[in-house]
Design a protein around this ligand. Structure first.
Ligand code: UD1
Ligand code: MG
Length: 454
């Protein structure tokens, strides 16, 4: 926590017209989290007094982000200067405040901290960046001794100004009292009618205040999201950064270009991620797992030593050393114990499978509780749905389910029972019993010739 910072304002009221979608801009997801959540995470490291300015679909934004922050409402989006004005009543009465935008999610806490420290050398600090493509950003105008004299927005820039590659990141650190004095002096832009926060810069210069420039070491942190193309670019950078961190922590990622892992997913060291892997939500993988190729996991918790190939899994827990795939679909509510084997071509839904149970080929297991060491033969199916209701099936420890069996729920197969291949069962089978439910075979010698053309 940087003690000299007394609060922060995050601007998040805009619709994001250039996104061309109805979702409030800051609620677009980047690496699985809301865009503004990344900003909140960085800013929370520096102060706990955060004022979020919201406006467009403010109820939705507030519902999604929760009550950990103060909210200021900007009912009409009349520009960034007007937005900060709405935050003033919620800010502390003295000290330095940070102002930043909800659409620059790559800015790191470390860079913000540098800005805050640098700002102490003057009356305010401005975070700038030297970018290869400055189009669309406000340009930083420097005068004598390289001092900042103004910010000129793209729309107002002439050709000379457009050549400037130093841009305004939209992040400022300023004394609250000075902010309170200057904000009401901003006048609306003649063409757009908007109050630009950037005008505060030339107001400061006019009135003899000094703005400390603070340039980012890595310009990519400054990239703003104003359209879906920029969203993809920013997400790509963030994704690669996160993958680099995973690799440095001992996770082998064979093809970072085809690996998508959400922020907050934990992966144990020694784990190998093969190409075409997507891991989303609150997922975690233990140490020494082999994941992929072609795996999509969402809200999956897997223990150490798990192997998953060509699989889709959602809201599932997978015990240590289990082997999943190829071609498996694990649906919500699936819980697998240690050393379980699932697949190929198997679907499991809302079921518990205890340690060392095997469902190796072409099966469906739905709404079932399967004990330890059970073997499901190829093609065996749990018939959980009667057209109106779902029913549960229990298969106790050590039972053997022969190939191509249908277990019609509700049903209990007792411990150590044996279901003969091809049986369709709708009555419980007691412990250690043999159940056989199929029509007896008839064999007619020599009759094949009636059907086989020679
Ligand atoms: C702004 C800056 C520009 C800077 C760029 C950095 C201004 C006038 N321009 O431009 O100098 O280079 O950010 O990314 O400040 N917002 C509100 N209320 C409003 C308008 C905007 O809360 O009435 C919020 C938006 O939700 C957004 C942020 O302020 O999170 C920035 O607004 P945006 O429209 O994206 O400004 P830029 O054109 O990117
Ligand atoms: Mg922007």
């Amino acid at each position: 926590m940087v003690l000299e910072l007394s609060g922060a304002v995050i601007l998040a009221a805009g619709k994001g017209k250039r996104m061309k979608t109805e979702t409030p801009k800051v609620l677009n997801r980047i690496c699985g989290k809301y865009m503004v959540d990344h900003v909140l995470e960085a800013v929370s490291r520096l102060t706990s007094h955060i004022v979020l300015v919201i406006g467009y679909k403010s109820d939705t934004v507030k519902n999604e982000l929760g009550d950990n922050f103060k909210y200021a409402y900007q009912l009409e989006q009349k520009g960034t200067g007007h937005a900060v004005l709405q935050a003033l009543p919620h800010l502390p009465s003295s000290g330095m405040v940070l102002i930043t935008c909800g659409d620059t999610p790559l800015l790191s806490a470390a860079s913000l901290e540098t800005l805050i420290k640098e700002s102490r050398k003057g009356d305010a600090g401005l975070l700038t960046a030297e970018v290869p493509n400055p189009g669309g950003y406000g340009r930083v105008i420097r005068g004598e001794n390289k001092q900042i004299t103004a910010i000129v927005e793209e729309a107002q820039a002439d050709n000379e100004v457009k050549k400037i590659r130093e841009i305004n990141t939209g992040t400022y650190c300023i004394n609250v009292e000075l902010l309170k004095k200057l904000l009401p002096q901003i006048t609306p832009d003649q063409e757009t009618g908007e109050y630009y926060l950037t005008d505060i810069v030339h107001l400061m210069v006019e009135q003899g205040y000094y703005i400390v420039p603070c340039r980012l070491d890595d310009y990519r942190e400054s990239l703003g999201v104003n359209n879906l193309k920029q969203l993809a670019e920013v997400e790509n950078i963030m994704r690669k950064n996160m993958l680099s961190q995973l690799m440095l922590s001992g996770v082998k990622v064979l093809d970072p270009d085809s690996t998508y892992i959400d922020a907050g997913v934990s992966v144990g060291s020694g784990t190998v991620i093969y190409p075409n892997t997507v891991i989303e939500g609150a997922s975690s993988l233990g140490e020494n797992c082999n994941i992929g190729p072609s795996v999509h996991l969402k809200e999956v918790k897997a223990g150490p030593g798990v192997e998953i190939r060509f699989t889709v899994a959602e809201e599932t827990e997978i015990g240590e050393k289990s082997v999943i795939g190829p071609f498996v679909y694990l649906r919500p509510g699936t819980r697998l114990g240690t050393g379980v084997k699932i697949g190929d071509f198997v679907e499991v839904k809302n079921s518990n499978l205890e340690n060392y149970t095997k469902v190796p080929h072409l099966s469906y297991v739905g709404d079932a509780d399967i004990g330890e060491g059970v073997n499901f033969g190829a093609g065996s199916i749990v018939v959980n749905y009667d057209g109106r209701k779902k029913h549960r099936t229990t298969v106790q420890e050590g039972a053997f389910i022969g190939c191509n069996s249908n277990l019609i729920a509700p049903l209990v197969i007792g411990r150590g029972a044996y279901v003969a291949a091809g049986s369709t069962l709708n009555q419980d089978v007691p412990e250690n019993a043999l159940a056989i439910a199929r029509s007896p075979q008839e064999t007619k010698p020599g009759l094949a010739k009636r059907f086989i053309k020679k």
